[in-house]
Design a protein around this ligand. Structure first.
Ligand code: PMP
Length: 358
């Protein structure tokens, strides 16, 4: 039996895609699985190219961008970005809106001189900076930000205007949740394990002019120019993840693309936040205009009931609702693959739990 899985990542994947992968597992195109053939075979190259073409269509990626399929997760990109875009010790601007920004900043400090363009630590990471407050020093190699903080549940409702400084975004937990103006960005990267597919593959979109700038000593597998020139096949890529991502992109197209996803995701998030706000028993600390559509953290007015909440929701087939170990509480991650029925079931459970314990 499948549960409603609210995991933050690796996260629930679309059921029709899982079923297709299962059906094709032993015999994909002639007696072997997609995992058992060469990445250089004509059949696999077709898979890889189709996945990229579908992603380009979904996101309406304008000409002048390369799409790379890399490894090492978003965490590898925390290092790859400074290695590719800045000389050692050069200035780079970072926006700090929570846990994942902090992690990106910590890694970047090993390679560049980090200037904090805006810091939401003082707000307890409950909001995002005002657009006008985001002013990178003009000599910054780039400005890095985290459009959706997976743990804090804070999401930017706008794309920063950097005044010509290349904009770099860690979109791990928001990519493909809604339409995106890719042309505003120098680099977008995202680990796959939320809205794209299984963990192990990382999608990176790079504006052409940012290729070929990697500093001396950059490992080949992190050099965007080298990866792009090799069609993301400098070495053996995670073929199953790439194939699976391609199935997810096809599913998204069948479901109506990102405009349809945005409508659905907005309705899901609205329903859950409305339930939280309607009750003094539950609370979400994030300023309403920047509440995440994908990750909804919430707390109980009686924290001593958290254990019971998690045990009973799990029993009811609503799984993985524990908040990140760094912050505790509860968190419902409601990525593209979570249907409205899952959110409705959670809301119903929350009401019922409050009736019994409130
Ligand atoms: N950035 C964000 C926003 C994330 O949510 C995560 C993982 N949850 C990471 C970075 C780290 O990703 P990975 O484990 O793929 O390196």
């Amino acid at each position: 039996m499948r549960v409603h899985n609210f995991s933050a990542g690796p996260a629930a994947l679309p059921l029709p895609v899982l079923e297709q992968a299962r059906d094709e597992l032993l015999d994909w195109q002639g007696g072997a699985s997609v995992m058992e053939i060469s990445h250089r075979s004509r059949a696999f190259i077709a898979v890889a190219e189709q996945a990229e073409a579908d992603l380009r269509e979904l996101l309406a990626i304008p000409p002048g961008y390369r799409v790379l399929f890399m490894q090492g997760g978003a965490t590898a990109q925390f290092a790859a970005v400074p290695l590719n875009l800045a000389e050692p010790g050069a200035p780079a601007a970072y926006v700090n809106t929570g846990h994942w920004s902090e992690r990106a900043i910590k890694e970047a400090r090993r390679f560049v001189s980090v200037g904090i363009a805006a810091d939401e630590a003082t707000s307890g990471y409950s909001t995002v900076p005002e657009p006008a407050a985001l002013k990178p020093a003009p000599n910054s190699a780039y400005l890095h930000y985290t459009p959706n903080e997976t743990i804090g549940g804070v999401e930017f409702p706008y794309v920063p205007d950097t005044g010509g400084v290349p904009l770099v975004a860690d979109m791990s937990s928001t990519i493909l949740s809604r339409p995106l103006d890719v042309g505003r960005f120098g680099i977008i990267y995202a680990g796959a394990q939320k809205n794209i597919g299984p963990s192990g593959i990382t999608v990176v979109m790079v504006r052409d002019e940012l290729l070929g700038r990697a500093r001396d000593g950059t490992p080949m597998v992190f050099d965007y120019r080298a990866v792009a020139d090799a069609g993301s096949m400098l070495n053996t890529p995670p073929t199953f993840g790439w194939y699976f991502a391609g199935l997810v992109f096809k599913w998204l197209k069948r479901e109506g693309g990102l405009a349809a996803m945005a409508k659905r995701n907005r309705a899901k998030a609205d329903a859950l936040y409305a339930a939280i706000d309607a009750s003094a028993f539950y609370s979400n600390p994030v300023t309403p205009h920047c509440r995440s559509w994908m990750n909804v953290p919430f707390r109980l007015a009686k924290p001593e009931l958290e254990k019971a909440f998690l045990a009973e929701s799990d029993n009811a087939g609503l799984t993985n609702l524990a908040g990140h170990r760094a912050v505790g509480g509860m968190r419902a991650s409601i990525y593209n693959a979570m249907p409205m029925e899952g959110v409705a079931a959670l809301v119903e459970f929350m009401r019922e739990f409050e009736r019994r314990y409130g």
